[in-house]
Write a protein that binds this ligand. Structure first.
Ligand SMILES: Nc1ncnc2c1ncn2[C@@H]1O[C@H](COP(=O)(O)OP(=O)(O)OP(=O)(O)O)[C@@H](O)[C@H]1O
Ligand SMILES: O=P(O)(O)OC[C@H]1O[C@H](OP(=O)(O)OP(=O)(O)O)[C@H](O)[C@@H]1O
Ligand SMILES: [Mg+2]
Length: 325
C-alpha cells in the first residue's frame, strides 16, 4: 500500500472546534478511531487518509517539513514558523474563522507614542538613557524581527514569552509586547494599546498545502476529492438558490440581474415551461425577488444550498499550480 495521505487538524485551542465543524459541513466525517484522546483519525469513505491531530503551531511545522499534505492552521503561525513560507506551503483557502491580529502594543500611559516612528524614537532615547535596549515580549520572534526591521527599529531586544505575554510590561519583564488579539479585551485589561500602524498581520485559519509532502498520483487524487468537497461547500455558502416561473425572462434580463445583484444562472435561461433557477448572493435576495416580480414573475422561492459541485475545482487548481512552480 502507498504511504497515507496526511491531513493535519487542530487538536486543541481556538481552532479545534471550528475546524471540526468546517470539515463536517463540507461532508467530510472525521473520526478518532480510539476516542477523544487518540491523536490519529480517519475520514469516512477515504481509506488512505490519516488525520493527524496536532496543535496549530505544530501543524505549521509539519507542513513545512512535508510531514502532512494538507492542514488547517493560522496564517500567523505559518509566517512565524516557516522560513520562506511562500515557497514551502500554499494557502489554499481562507476558512472564515480563527480571526486574530498580530499587533505591537505599548502601555496606554505612553501618550506620546502612537506610531512605529514614535516607537523608533523612544527605543533610541531609552537606549541612550538606560544603556540597555528596550525589551519586547513575544512568541512571534520572526514576525517581530521582520516588522521592526521594515520600520528601521534596531534598539530593542526580544524576550521570548510563551504565555500571558500581555502581563509582561506590568510585571516589569518587558517594556512592550507583540501578541495576537481578537477582541482587544486582554490588551485593555492589561493597560496596553495597539500602535496606529502596529498591525503586523491580519490572520485567520487557512487550509494550507505542503510542497514537500509526497505528492504521489494517489495523494493528488485524494487531495482532489477533499478539495472538491470543500469547494462545493464554499460555493454553496456564497449563494442561495432562487426559483421562479418566468416565461418572459430573456438573456438581457439575466445579464441585468448578473450586473446588479451578482446573480448566476447555473443551468442557463428558463426552460420551455418558464422554470428558472438562479444562484444569488444572500445579501441581494430581496432586491432580486423584487426585480423578478417587477418584470413579471408571480412567485419567487428561495432555499439554502448544501453543495454546488462544479466541473471546475478552483481549490485543486490552486494546489496544482503551486506544486508545478
Ligand atoms: N483570540 C485568539 N487568541 C489566540 N489565537 C487565536 C485567537 N483567535 C484565533 N486564534 C488562532 O489560533 C491559533 C492557535 O491558538 P491557540 O493558542 O488556541 O492554540 P494552541 O492549541 O494553544 O497552540 P499552541 O499550543 O501551539 O500554542 C493562533 O495562532 C491563531 O491563528
Ligand atoms: O484580544 P482577546 O480577544 O482578548 O484575545 C487575545 C488573547 O487570547 C489568546 O490567548 P488564549 O486565550 O488562546 O490563551 P493562550 O495564551 O494560553 O493560548 C492570546 O494569546 C491573547 O492573550
Ligand atoms: Mg496557545
Amino acid at each position: 500500500m502507498s504511504a497515507p495521505f496526511v491531513l493535519a487538524v487542530p487538536s486543541k485551542g481556538r481552532l479545534q472546534e471550528n475546524a471540526e465543524g468546517f470539515f463536517a459541513r463540507a461532508g467530510l466525517t472525521l473520526s478518532k478511531a480510539g476516542g477523544a484522546r487518540d491523536y490519529r483519525g480517519t475520514i469516512a469513505g477515504l481509506d488512505n487518509v490519516e488525520i493527524a491531530y496536532l496543535s496549530a503551531s505544530e501543524i505549521a511545522s509539519q507542513l513545512a517539513r512535508g510531514m502532512a499534505h494538507l492542514g488547517v492552521t493560522g496564517e500567523d503561525l505559518v509566517h512565524e514558523n516557516i522560513a520562506d513560507a511562500d515557497t514551502r506551503v500554499a494557502l489554499i483557502e481562507r476558512l472564515g474563522f480563527g480571526y486574530a491580529d498580530v499587533v505591537v502594543a505599548v502601555p496606554q500611559a505612553w501618550i506620546d507614542v502612537r506610531t512605529m516612528a514614535d516607537l523608533d524614537d523612544v527605543t533610541t532615547g531609552f537606549r541612550e538613557q538606560h544603556h540597555r535596549r528596550m525589551r519586547v515580549a513575544t512568541k512571534f520572534i520572526n514576525l517581530t524581527r521582520a516588522f521592526f526591521s521594515s520600520h528601521g527599529i534596531v534598539d530593542y531586544r526580544i524576550v521570548e514569552s510563551t504565555g500571558a505575554t500581555e502581563g509582561a510590561p506590568a510585571a516589569g519583564t518587558a517594556e512592550l509586547i507583540v501578541d495576537i488579539t481578537t477582541t482587544g479585551a486582554t490588551l485593555a485589561a492589561n493597560g496596553l494599546k495597539i500602535l496606529d500602524d502596529g498591525v503586523i498581520l491580519r490572520s485567520q485559519a487557512n487550509l494550507v498545502a505542503s510542497r514537500d509532502a509526497e505528492w504521489s498520483p494517489e495523494a493528488r487524487e485524494t487531495a482532489r476529492i477533499i478539495l472538491d468537497h470543500i469547494a462545493a461547500r464554499a460555493r454553496a455558502n456564497q449563494y442561495r438558490e432562487v426559483r421562479t416561473r418566468f416565461r418572459q425572462c430573456d438573456a438581457a434580463l439575466l445579464s441585468e440581474a448578473h450586473r446588479n445583484f451578482g446573480v448566476e444562472a447555473p443551468f442557463g435561461g428558463p426552460t420551455s415551461s418558464g422554470m428558472l433557477t438562479l444562484h444569488c448572493p444572500p445579501a441581494k435576495l430581496y432586491a432580486l425577488a423584487s426585480f423578478l416580480r417587477d418584470h413579471g414573475a408571480e412567485t419567487v422561492s428561495v432555499v439554502s444550498l448544501d453543495y454546488v459541485f462544479d466541473r471546475e475545482n478552483p481549490l485543486f487548481a490552486k494546489l496544482e499550480t503551486f506544486l508545478r512552480r
